[in-house]
Design a protein around this ligand. Structure first.
Ligand SMILES: Cc1cc2nc3c(=O)[nH]c(=O)nc-3n(C[C@H](O)[C@H](O)[C@H](O)COP(=O)(O)O)c2cc1C
Ligand SMILES: Nc1ncnc2c1ncn2[C@@H]1O[C@H](COP(=O)(O)OP(=O)(O)O)[C@@H](O)[C@H]1O
Length: 319
């Protein structure tokens, strides 16, 4: 899979010169609904003998508009939903789905105000030479969200490309969506989350240095920075850790660490029966079961006692 960032870099890929099959969306979570769409897209790619392309936007359009409204009127508390995953994780799963190209476009004022017809003629027809487009029937695009599914169907007839409704996928009679998964995470129903995602919920990242306090209480924790990523989970979890092809067990905390007056959100994992320096290495933390919420303890000593208990709980759970 190849990642193309920005339209400028599109022309450099000769493989795309004979056209493509395309789908457009945020693909937050790359859940089982998305997977159905991507499988169908790949089928069409094979049939038409062109590469498959996923077009996505950074920031997500809802994040862009939320920020824009927040700036223009301080009284409006606009907010976009927390993402299920960062771009790096999304790309990992899109690669697993054997997508040929991901086209990641910056969603800005200029893009938001494109006329629907320009989006179609300049982007879909001229640049991408789309042969087949899979899109939800609620998709809106272009200035003031004027473009819709019918606009694209009409354009398909004019410019000779197929437009297909990507259709909702249901799980136990509920439409699978990123919102449904966020709700299940909120209720700590990690089992349902796994069923909807088609894989367990996890976060990948590089281990960074922290305050070096963990080792003083015999609970060294590998820290993953979450930066601007507003995580949809919070608290203490039984986890599995993938590190260099090995799967280990451990316990993790996602939060601000109020006991030590932490300010930024962090993912910290103490790996069981493990004693190696792994700073700078990439790990994947798989969330298996929520143990408790994060608490502000009176002292670091009290926190240590609680973590000791948590470890007993998690070890017992894994047994
Ligand atoms: C299993 C576990 C549970 C934790 N629970 C809390 C908590 O409830 N409240 C809190 O303030 N910090 C909690 N922490 C975070 C600790 O404050 C943090 O790991 C410790 O300060 C070490 O930080 P360092 O890695 O920067 O040295 C928890 C950490 C772990 C590993
Ligand atoms: N069992 C373990 N679990 C997690 N990290 C460990 C473990 N044993 C050693 N380490 C190493 O120690 C580091 C964490 O120690 P800690 O004192 O918490 O420092 P920091 O504040 O930098 O995270 C990890 O980044 C890792 O390199």
């Amino acid at each position: 899979m190849r990642l193309i960032r920005g339209l400028y870099n599109l022309n450099k890929n000769t493989e795309l010169s004979k056209g493509c099959v395309l789908t457009i969306g945020n693909f937050d979570g790359v859940h089982i609904g998305h997977q159905h769409i991507l499988q169908r897209l790949n089928q069409q790619a094979k049939q038409l003998n062109v590469p498959s392309v996923v077009m996505l936007f950074e920031p997500h359009p809802r994040e862009f508009f939320a920020q824009k409204f927040a700036k223009s009127d301080q009284n409006i508390t606009a907010s976009a939903p927390a993402r299920l995953m960062r771009l790096r994780d999304k790309l990992h799963y899109l690669k697993q789905q054997q997508i040929d190209f991901v086209l990641c476009l910056r969603f800005n004022e200029k893009f938001a105000s494109l006329q629907p017809q320009d989006f179609i003629s300049q982007l879909l027809v001229e640049k991408l030479k789309v042969k087949y487009l899979s899109i939800g029937d609620d998709f809106r695009f272009g200035q003031a969200r004027q473009g819709n599914f019918e606009t694209l169907q009409q354009a398909g007839k004019t410019f000779n490309f197929i437009v297909e409704d990507s259709q909702s996928h249901c799980f136990e009679e509920q439409r699978v969506s990123s919102t449904l998964i966020r709700e299940a995470l909120h209720k700590d129903n990690l089992h349902l989350v796994e069923q909807l995602l088609g894989k367990p919920y996890s976060i990948r990242g590089r281990v960074v240095h922290g305050k070096k306090l963990g080792r003083t209480i015999n609970f060294p924790t590998a820290n993953i920075m979450l930066d601007r990523f507003v995580v949809p989970i919070h608290g203490v979890y039984a986890v599995k850790v993938n590190l260099n092809g090995q799967q280990l067990q451990g316990i993790a905390n996602v939060g601000n660490r109020p006991t030590i007056n932490g300010t930024n959100a962090l993912l910290e994992v103490h790996i069981f029966d493990f004693n190696q320096m792994i700073y700078g290495q990439s790990i994947e933390v798989i969330f298996v079961k929520k143990i408790r919420s994060e608490i502000k303890f009176e002292s670091f000593e009290a926190l240590k006692k609680q973590i000791e208990q948590d470890v007993v709980t998690v070890r017992h759970y894994f047994q």
